[in-house]
Design a protein around this ligand. Structure first.
Ligand code: NAD
Ligand code: UDP
Length: 337
């Protein structure tokens, strides 16, 4: 039996597919390649010695899913597929609800039809919204999201909760990621954003490799130790391992459950820049800019629930996140292209 990984050619998906193959799981990837390249999976195949099957297709293509699930070969689904750019989601909300919410509904309906009842979903710390106090803990209310992207994650969590309540065979785990960074230590796979990066680490890495002139720091007047925003960065390989632990926990669990996947501590933008400078051995030009709309000052995870119930915790620190990001960026200055 195989694990279906939607969005498995993307950043977090490709690292998770590699971790699944490395421990001997069979994997089928469904990805429309709207934000990824099939090259990521060719490299995963090289690294693991096993080729995951890639189906180039869309989760909203009901017939495609029906045919795939009807083979009886799929036991569980890890659902990464979706759009993820917060700023773009405010300009293109319908595309975000269409991909992230409608797409998930099609997937869930076809899973139910085929009797596939185990799902892991990529949620986000953003579901805690602007009012939650730090550290974020799963018992806190979710809601008050500040972008259509965040609201799409919130809506899917609600759908999963209701679906699991209505059907006792269905079990789902939502993993609320904090800030994924880093790359596989081989430097062969990593994050490959199209255009100018929205996220901090790929931006810093592209400055270091000479693709961008300077990092703009979005605000240095927050109520944080150095005035810049604080986030909980998590190495993508730790995150990938969290999915394996969650997959193993699914058969033991009933209904719907959400877990934070974070390191449990925060770093500021300037701390991240300094740590990257250590890794790449050069100083990086930085300019202070205005705050970015919708940004929060500081948040990090209480990750103790995943520790207790999934036996998962991070094992990679900041220096490793930076060294691995730099190795990937240096070896692949233009990503997979
Ligand atoms: P990514 O864009 O690299 O991966 C998403 C993959 O899904 C891509 O390969 C893309 O081609 C594919 N895809 C998109 N829409 C699709 C569709 N309709 N049908 C089939 N495939 C489709 O993003 P990522 O960083 O790997 O994120 C994976 C998941 O984790 C996303 O759901 C994202 O919202 C969530 N997440 C990411 C972060 C982050 O900072 N990277 C944080 C929290 C949550
Ligand atoms: N950030 C920044 N410059 C950039 C990108 C991000 O100063 O070019 C800051 C941002 O304001 C936040 C932190 O870096 O404080 C992490 O931002 P990112 O977009 O990576 O993650 P998110 O805001 O979604 O947590």
């Amino acid at each position: 039996m195989a694990v279906l990984v939607t969005g498995g050619a993307g950043y977090i998906g490709s690292h998770t597919v590699l971790a699944l193959l490395a421990r001997g799981d069979e994997v089928v990837v469904l990805d429309n390649l709207s934000n990824a390249s099939a090259e990521s999976l060719r490299r995963v195949a090289r690294l693991s010695g096993k080729a995951p099957r890639l189906i180039e297709g869309d989760i909203r293509d009901r017939q495609r899913l029906r045919d795939l699930l009807a083979t009886g070969a799929i036991q569980s689904v890890i659902h990464f597929a979706g759009l993820k750019a917060v700023g773009e989601s405010t300009r293109e909300p319908l595309a975000y609800y269409q991909n992230n919410v409608s797409g998930t509904l099609v997937l869930l309906e076809e899973m139910r039809r085929a009797g596939v009842s185990q799902l892991i979903f990529s949620s986000s710390a953003t579901v805690y919204g602007a009012q939650a106090s730090v550290p974020y803990v799963e018992t806190a209310a979710i809601g008050g999201t500040t972008s259509p992207y965040g609201t799409s994650k919130l809506m899917v969590e609600q759908i999963l909760r209701d679906a699991a309540r209505a059907d006792s065979r269905f079990t789902a785990i939502a993993l609320r990621y904090f800030n994924p960074v880093g790359a596989h230590p081989s430097g062969e796979i990593g994050e490959d954003p199209h255009g100018i990066p929205n996220n901090l680490l790929p931006y810093i890495a592209q400055v270091a490799v000479g693709r961008l002139p300077a990092l703009g720091v979005f605000g240095n007047d927050y109520d944080t130790p150095d005035g810049t925003g604080v986030r909980d960065y998590i190495h993508v390989m730790d995150l990938a391992e969290g999915h394996l632990k969650a997959l193993d926990a699914l058969p033991r669990q009933a209904g719907y459950r959400a877990y934070n996947l974070g390191a449990g501590r925060g770093y500021s933008v300037l701390e991240m820049v300094r740590a990257f400078e250590q890794a790449c051995g050069q100083s990086l030009p930085v300019t202070i800019k205005a705050r970015r709309d919708g940004d929060l000052a500081a948040f990090w995870a209480d990750a103790s629930l995943a520790d207790r119930e999934l036996d998962w915790r991070v094992s990679r620190g900041l220096a490793e996140m930076m060294a691995d990001t730099w190795r990937w960026q240096q070896n692949n200055p233009h990503g997979y292209r």
